[in-house]
Design a protein around this ligand. Structure first.
Ligand SMILES: [Mg+2]
Length: 218
């Protein structure tokens, strides 16, 4: 019988929606690229999205605004984009209450593929309950994979089997976490998938945690 010590959350599309990031990646950067290269917005956006696609979300560069500024030849401080969009971070409605209750019982952390500078802006909208905030690209130059999960649990001094992680990405939050030895839940806010380890919002996740606690982690 093993008990839960740490509950780990993904950030984007799990605690907050993707509006803040989408505006920066799909609006601000294409606009700057268009201005720099004399292109209309639609053409600039197509080229920028094509370039993102060449790298793909399995590479840490995908998440790295500094890399894209250099690659696109953009000048100025990219951090200004973040402060310009800080009012566009939207927290899912059930999140504050769930975080307050869960953090009364367990250590609560963030495990994210988002770079630290984004996370700092996003965290300002959430209750101050996190003991650790991990960014795979900023802290380890990687994306969330089994080795990343292994490293952070080592650092926290807990066995993977005492950790439960939840996030919206089947690949980065469910498959990689399970491979790293933790109990994981796939958050599908669309409600399309069903399964033993699928939840549709974080209130459902809280119910699953209570069930796990009752019977001891498997
Ligand atoms: Mg996510």
């Amino acid at each position: 019988m093993e008990f839960i010590e740490v509950v780990s959350f993904d950030m984007e599309k799990t605690l907050i929606d993707s509006g803040f990031s989408d505006l920066i990646w799909e609006d601000d950067i294409p606009r700057l690229y268009g201005e720099r290269h004399g292109l209309d917005f639609a053409t600039a956006k197509r080229r920028v999205l094509d370039a993102y696609g060449e790298i793909g979300d399995g590479q840490p560069e995908w998440y790295d605004v500094d890399y894209w500024f250099r690659r696109f030849g953009l000048s100025g401080d990219w951090r200004e984009l973040l402060s310009g969009r800080s009012g566009d971070v939207r927290v899912f409605p059930e999140v504050p209450g769930v975080l307050e209750r869960i953090s009364d019982r367990y250590r609560v952390i963030i495990s994210s593929n988002t770079i630290r500078e984004f996370l700092e802006v996003q965290l300002a909208t959430l209750p101050d309950v996190f003991s650790h905030v991990f960014s795979a690209p900023s802290d380890y130059g990687t994306v969330k994979n089994d080795a990343f999960y292994g490293k952070i649990y080592n650092l926290l001094g807990v066995r993977p089997s005492a950790v439960v992680h939840v996030g919206d990405s089947w690949k980065f939050d469910y498959k990689a976490a399970v491979k790293g030895g933790v109990t994981a839940f796939h958050l599908d806010r669309s409600g399309e998938s069903e399964g033993e380890h699928v939840v549709h919002d974080l209130q459902e996740f809280e119910v699953m945690l209570n069930r796990l606690e009752d019977k001891g982690l498997e």
